[in-house]
Design a protein around this ligand. Structure first.
Ligand SMILES: [Zn+2]
Length: 333
């Protein structure tokens, strides 16, 4: 009981909104609109800016911060330079004199384009696959985000790629605790990183959890994503604290709902494939979407997911055919 109460207290918002009206800094960068930082204390030296579905600034994905006496680590600093500048200013005011290091978990613009708010040469860590995806996709992502959010939010934002590599299984000491770098193959995107702290059973799944609405399979792989979600969190009891929501339980709830959606999609499509169902009938199925979440945007995303996942199921079935069956991949003499 006491432990639970302690957890609840630890999770209360320690610092309220900071209306940091941040001047652009560099000449020509313009003036940024106010950005709310509102980091919440999670555990030890770990702080979270929870995911927000409706953030005007486009800062919809979670940011996690680890602080010790010398260093502040920041995973997924946000969508643009304005967000990064506001976060930097907040962190410098609260914990002055620390070195800053960034981590990019995956190549989505909402997570990584704030890199450009830190001085050149600031260490930015990522898996090789994430860096490669950023190199390939960031120019288009930057254009798209500028079109969505407008020039004021995106003022001064430029592509800043990671300059340090992380390796699967590597340990990082973050806020005095050992965190393991977990590399996932094709899951939420082509390359995803999560961070796992075995001693305290804390997990930052980053993009592997769909923090709001229907999971987006636009660049994902249904089977790979499900496998990634069964990673550290599903091993043993109790369930870990999942960082990224407003509370550990909110994080677990989103983890559960992401898994449930993808598992329902997978079993629907496997059944339809086995029964040779009509394609139109297969693609009209909407039961996996919670009735409370059936907005036009979520249903449109679900329809795109169905089409993409159906192709993945068909490709997998094609690959699994015995070599002797007609048309099987690699069939030879
Ligand atoms: Zn993402």
């Amino acid at each position: 009981m006491l432990r639970r109460l302690g957890q609840t207290l630890a999770w209360r918002t320690a610092v309220a909104l900071v209306g940091a009206c941040v001047a652009g800094g560099a000449a020509g960068a313009g003036v940024c609109p106010p950005v709310d930082i509102a980091l919440q204390h999670a555990t030890g030296g770990v702080w979270v800016r929870p995911a927000r579905a409706d953030a005007l600034a486009g800062w919809t994905e979670p940011t996690v911060v680890w602080v010790d006496r010398r260093t502040v680590w920041i995973a997924d600093p946000g969508p643009h330079r304005c967000a990064g500048l506001a976060l930097r200013r907040w962190l410098l005011a609260r914990w002055p004199g620390r070195a800053h290091r960034l981590i990019n978990t995956h190549a989505h613009p909402e997570n990584v384009l704030a890199n450009s708010a830190w001085p050149q040469g600031t260490p930015i860590y990522a898996l090789a696959g994430v860096r490669e995806q950023m190199q390939r996709r960031c120019p288009t992502c930057l254009r798209n985000l500028r079109a969505t959010l407008g020039p004021q939010w995106m003022a001064g934002t430029r592509i800043t790629l990671p300059n340090r590599l992380l390796h699967p299984g590597q340990s990082l000491w973050l806020a005095g605790a050992r965190w393991q770098v977990v590399a996932h193959g094709h899951a939420h995107t082509e390359a995803d990183l999560s961070l796992w702290q075995p001693a305290g059973r804390w997990w930052f799944p980053a993009g592997l959890v769909a923090w709001h609405g229907v999971p987006d399979l636009g660049r994902g792989d249904m089977a790979g994503w499900l496998a990634a979600l069964a990673g550290p969190a599903a091993r043993g009891e109790p369930l870990p604290g999942i960082l990224g929501g407003s509370t550990p339980e909110a994080g677990r709830e989103r983890w559960r709902s992401t898994r449930a959606y993808l598992a329902a999609l997978q079993s629907h499509l496997a059944r339809a494939s086995a029964e040779g169902r009509d394609l139109q009938e297969v693609l009209q199925w909407r039961e996996a979407v919670d009735p409370a979440e059936r907005s036009a945007a979520n249903l449109a995303r679900h329809d795109r997911n169905l089409q993409r996942a159906w192709r993945q199921v068909e490709d997998a079935a094609f690959d699994e055919r015995p070599a002797s069956s007609p048309g099987a991949a690699g069939a030879g003499p």
